[in-house]
Write a protein that binds this ligand. Sequence first.
Ligand code: NAP
Length: 300
Amino acid sequence: MREYFDIIVIGGGPAGLTAAIYARRAGKSVLVLEKASVGGQIAASPQVDNFPGCPGISGAELADRLYAQVEDLGGRMELEEALSVENGPVKTVTTDYGAYTCGALILATGMKHRSLGLDREETLPGVSFCAVCDGAFYKGKDAAVCGGGNTALQDALFLSDLCRHVTVIHRRGQLRGDPILAEAVKKRKNVTILLDTVVESLLGGEALTGLLLKNTVTGETRELAVDGLFQAVGQQPEGVLAQALGVANDAGFIPAGEDCLTPVPGVFAAGDCRVKEVRQLTTACADGAVAALAACKYCG
Ligand code: NAP
């Protein structure tokens, strides 16, 4: 017999965990399914300065606190990957370990890292997506961060405290991230910013030893010796389940409005997987609350 929950939330990031908090407080039984680690992307953020009331908190601590709150309220969480959803008045979610049923489903599947698409980027030691997770491997060494957004800038700041030298490589003539972060990076003596530059290929046999760079304006190429490359080139939606349910657009985002409703009865969307203008921690949490209350109403 498959276990039944009033609400299953797929995704254990800020949107999903907030949804679980609201649903539990409304007295509903809740299961959160998370395939990787609690907290989603925010868990990898070294410092979060824009979550109201918690300036300076680390992403990992914020994730731990959100999870503890869900647990204290009696919510259940399983580290399992939701592989498919069978729709109907009772929905069945099949995971890599088993299957669960529910009355309402909240998709809070967030985004995943975009990669540069370079040859060997998935297998060559020295190539990473997460400065907080892997930065310590490059203590006293030289690292590069590819990207010009806030993640790249935050990674550069974090790594510059550990590494001998950090090179930020950005394809445009201007950084995209917040000016306050860009200024902080520019002040670091051991950080160089290379604009109008792309990574052409990864160098090294058994591990990364350098990058072949190309200046997009002059066409010049050069080699840069580095021990680590951090790819911080944005994210894309985790859209597979939503696409299978017929609630995602071609890019994989769910075009649900501020009410978090999808065209499928009993299926709701919350957080970065939803089509929206502003993808921030606060807006993800707001979606979690809205989706949970809508799901509670749907369950009756
Ligand atoms: P992002 O803002 O989308 O930036 C991605 C960067 O990667 C852009 O500079 C982009 O270049 C570059 N890029 C994309 N594809 C590339 C490719 N194939 N080759 C080379 N470069 C490529 O992503 P993010 O930095 O991960 O941030 C995501 C969201 O989270 C943003 O809204 C951000 O503000 C937010 N965030 C906030 C904080 C904070 O508030 N502290 C921290 C982290 C993230 P172009 O500029 O040319 O597009």
